[in-house]
Write a protein that binds this ligand. Structure first.
Ligand code: AMP
Length: 310
């Protein structure tokens, strides 16, 4: 397994693969690799000659406190990647990806300005705030679900994935349905700037107790983990009500909230029921639907997503 830190070296490596006619599958990650990431890597391996992963804790996607506290262990990540037969880990420094940003704290200042003007329908790419190729996600994709609370998270994800696509030029790129809004945004971003790259969504992998794998799960005590599971139980209950014919969004949402509120360790950050295609909520549930929750367990932020294909 090869390890590459510089864009220059990556360019050489990719040019060689392209010359040999190899197909490339890419799995971008923030590190803290777990079985959910491995599922994406396995899918990439099945569908491409070469599997690349990137491990880059992108400061654009975090507030400072969460960035500093993110649980990742590069040595462990290397072992996981190797066991999954990954061909190359791209593990750049912040300087390598953002050469014009002077210090890490500059990223967090940008997040204070959450209500920037943005185009309604189109992605915009510009050099701004010292960031080259900063991607602004259109309003009609970013002001959905909890993106309304922190649209800059998705500008950050779109910007880093734009840069990774430029450097690594994959044929296919794999992302989890667990981060359903991110998947929708990156699918559209690729269609706008990289029509030759196919973005592929992969269903959420859950642990034996059904908690969705997440890098932050290692921070949970047994009791906190049990509480976190109540959110999945609430989503499952919502699905059951919908499948039994309940179509009033308000009723289903309230039933889900009641289950979560019974758990003193869980605070809901955001919970919603939206249409699968538009990610917009409506009073009546009809057609394929997404149940989504972002929540805190003792300050640890987790999310869960349940897709109800009707
Ligand atoms: P992250 O490092 O958290 O950004 O995750 C990297 C990729 O793995 C993203 O596309 C996530 O949506 C995906 N992912 C995270 N958790 C899971 C999971 N439990 N099952 C499947 N994919 C996941």
């Amino acid at each position: 397994m090869k390890m590459i830190e510089s864009v220059y070296q990556a360019n050489t490596y990719i040019a060689d693969l392209k010359n040999k006619g190899k197909t490339i599958g890419l799995v971008p990650t923030l590190g803290g690799l777990h079985s959910g990431h491995q599922l994406l890597m396995q899918k990439a391996r099945e569908e491409n000659d070469i599997t690349l992963i990137s491990i880059f804790l992108n400061p654009m996607q975090f507030r400072k406190k969460q960035f500093d506290a993110y649980p990742s262990d590069f040595e462990q990540d290397k072992r996981v990647a190797k066991a999954t037969q990954v061909d190359m880990i791209f593990h750049p420094t912040v300087k390598e990806m953002f050469p014009f940003v002077e210090q890490i704290d500059d990223f967090f200042k940008y997040q204070e300005n959450e209500l920037i003007d943005r185009d309604r329908e189109h992605f915009v790419r510009e050099d701004k705030n010292g960031i080259d190729n900063l991607i602004s996600v259109p309003a009609n994709l970013v002001y959905r679900l909890d993106g309304t609370m922190h649209p800059w998270v998705f500008d950050g994800a779109a910007t880093i994935v734009y840069k990774l696509f430029e450097v690594l030029q994959p044929h296919n790129a794999y992302f989890g349905e667990k981060d359903i809004q991110q998947l929708a945004i990156l699918t559209n971003m690729a269609a706008s700037y990289f029509p030759d790259i196919t973005v592929i969504g992969v269903p959420t992998l859950r642990d034996a107790d059904q908690l969705a794998f997440s890098s932050r799960n290692v921070l949970l005590s047994a009791e906190q983990r049990q509480s976190a599971l109540s959110v999945y139980h609430a989503l499952q209950h919502g699905e059951k009500l919908i499948r039994e014919g309940e179509s009033d969004t308000h009723i289903v949402l309230n039933a889900m909230k009641e289950i979560i509120k019974a758990q003193p360790l869980v605070q809901i950050d955001y919970i919603d029921i939206v249409e699968k295609g538009s990610l917009q909520s409506s009073k009546q549930i009809k057609g394929d639907t997404i149940l989504y929750a972002a929540f805190f367990v003792k300050g640890i932020r987790l999310t869960d997503t349940l897709i109800v294909d009707l």
